[in-house]
Write a protein that binds this ligand. Structure first.
Ligand code: APR
Length: 232
């Protein structure tokens, strides 16, 4: 039986692919105020701006590629039963070959009905516009968890984390909850590896390995450590 490896990833893993992180840009994201474009209030105030913001993100996502960090996590599936819990809305983990990805904060390439949250549709191409409606006739919005909204997948993520034999945290500032709280669900005896160019604050625990490097080189080191430890 393969050991269970659980990964919590954030914007930092996509940085080497050329996607801007959130907090490295002082709350301004690609020139936008995050609260204007990623909150229910922002949506109510100016849905066109919100749609345009995500249209630009989607257009950009078509031009970027997964990087070595994403690939290493996909390659770890050869030796481990890997679940990637990502806060990212891009699809770079999947495009690198990861087969088991849980998107805590939603997906850039999906829309959902503003009337019924269970009506979710893929977005072909990159545009979602005012007037695009669900099968019941209501306006579609990006299927993204905005600030102040509930995180529907968090319970499932916590259950998966509770079963981890090893846990990797990569490229997240660990300031946005409930995602940041997942670390507390890792079993006491499981090793935790953290890869980040700027170490986030973490709860104290045994068997904690801090790798202060970019995702690509840092994850290569973690993969070696994992194989040494778990694969004979
Ligand atoms: N390699 C590894 N880590 C990196 C790299 C890199 N090349 N570049 C930046 N980082 C690190 C930063 O040091 C920081 O710790 O990635 C982290 C990015 O943090 P944030 O920008 O806060 O992104 P994230 O933690 O994913 O944000 C969480 O906030 O706005 C919301 O919903 C949004 O999912 C997002 C959530």
């Amino acid at each position: 039986m393969k050991k269970k490896l659980v990964v919590l990833s954030g914007a930092g893993i996509s940085a080497e692919s050329g996607i801007a992180t959130f907090r490295d840009a002082n709350g301004l994201w690609e020139g936008y105020d995050v609260m204007e474009v990623a909150s229910p209030e922002g949506w109510r105030k100016n849905p066109e701006l919100v749609l345009d913001f995500y249209n630009q993100r989607r257009k950009n996502a078509h031009t970027v590629k997964p990087n070595r960090g994403h690939e290493i996590l996909a390659e770890l599936e050869k030796d481990f039963d890997v679940t990637v819990i990502t806060q990212n809305v891009d699809d770079l983990h999947e495009r690198a070959g990861s087969t088991n990805v849980l998107h805590l904060h939603g997906k850039l390439f999906e829309s959902r009905s503003t009337l019924d949250e269970n009506l979710i549709y893929p977005i072909e191409g990159w545009e979602l516009n005012l007037g695009d409606t669900c099968e019941k006739g209501s306006q579609l919005r990006p299927n993204i968890v905005w600030f102040g909204e509930a995180v529907p997948m968090i319970e499932k993520a916590a259950e998966i984390t509770e079963k981890a034999d090893a846990f990797i945290v990569v490229g997240t500032s660990l300031v946005v909850y409930p995602a940041a709280g997942l670390v507390h669900y890792v079993p006491k005896l499981a090793p935790v590896f953290v890869v980040d160019v700027n170490m986030p604050e973490l709860p104290k625990r045994r068997d904690l390995h801090l790798v202060e490097e970019k995702a690509s080189t840092g994850l290569a080191k973690v993969a070696e450590m994992l194989k040494y430890r778990f694969i004979s």
